[in-house]
Design a protein around this ligand. Structure first.
Ligand code: SF4
Ligand code: SF4
Length: 196
């Protein structure tokens, strides 16, 4: 059986993960027993080389190379691993933190640039929405999608649902908060890379 060495220097990455603002206060990272249950239920692992058990192992070994490992970008954030882990670890959460570290260090996978447009919708309409740049692709892939989009407000009215659009002042408020967190700059950086 492989023994994970948690000496002082090697603990660095696991500490970084545990101290990250995204980490739950009771994240059981250090309790991982490498049982592999997370990998056995993981759809990302089923369809790619991604392996949440291995990712957690690398974090516990303080192997920072895992941050640049392209496979970590194949997690779907479905939280199945989170729900089956017997020791309260959440590879899903660990993954989110690793990706954030990668983004902070300009080491994000190129897949991320396609999602920058989703980020932009938070700035434009205050909520996550389908980016306009995807409309034509959806139109080609899904029959009637553009008509549905054009008639959405009417359909909502018929269903007694309110308007999808948030009030302008709420959008401004969300935008202000996001700008304070430099979210706009991060999206711009990713969009710029998209054009390169
Ligand atoms: S994170 Fe949980 S399920 Fe995955 S290997 Fe560790 S103990 Fe097992
Ligand atoms: S959240 Fe990610 S790591 Fe966990 S089971 Fe889903 S795809 Fe796999």
């Amino acid at each position: 059986m492989k023994v994970i060495n948690l000496d002082e220097t090697r603990e660095k990455l696991s500490n970084k993960v545990l101290n990250n603002i995204k980490a739950s206060h009771d994240l059981g990272l250090l309790r991982c027993v490498q049982c592999g249950m997370c990998t056995s239920v993981c759809p990302g692992a089923k369809h790619s080389n991604y392996n949440p058990r291995y990712m957690v192992e690398k974090v516990l070994e303080n192997d920072e190379k895992i941050i640049e490992n392209k496979d970590i970008w194949n997690c779907f954030y479905c939280y199945t691993c989170h729900s089956v882990c017997a020791v309260g670890n959440s590879p899903c959460e660990v993954n989110q933190i690793l990706r954030q570290i990668a983004i902070d260090n300009g080491k994000e996978d190129e897949k991320l640039k396609y999602f920058a447009s989703y980020g932009e919708t938070f700035l434009d309409i205050g909520i996550g929405g389908m980016p306009k740049s995807f409309f034509m692709t959806l139109h080609e892939d899904i029959e009637g999608w553009l008509d549905f989009k054009a008639e959405l407000e009417e359909i909502r009215k018929e269903l007694s649902l309110g308007p999808i659009q948030m009030p302008q002042e709420s959008i401004e408020e969300v935008r202000k908060l996001l700008n304070k967190m430099n979210f706009d700059k991060r999206v711009k950086r990713l969009k710029k890379e998209e054009k390169e």
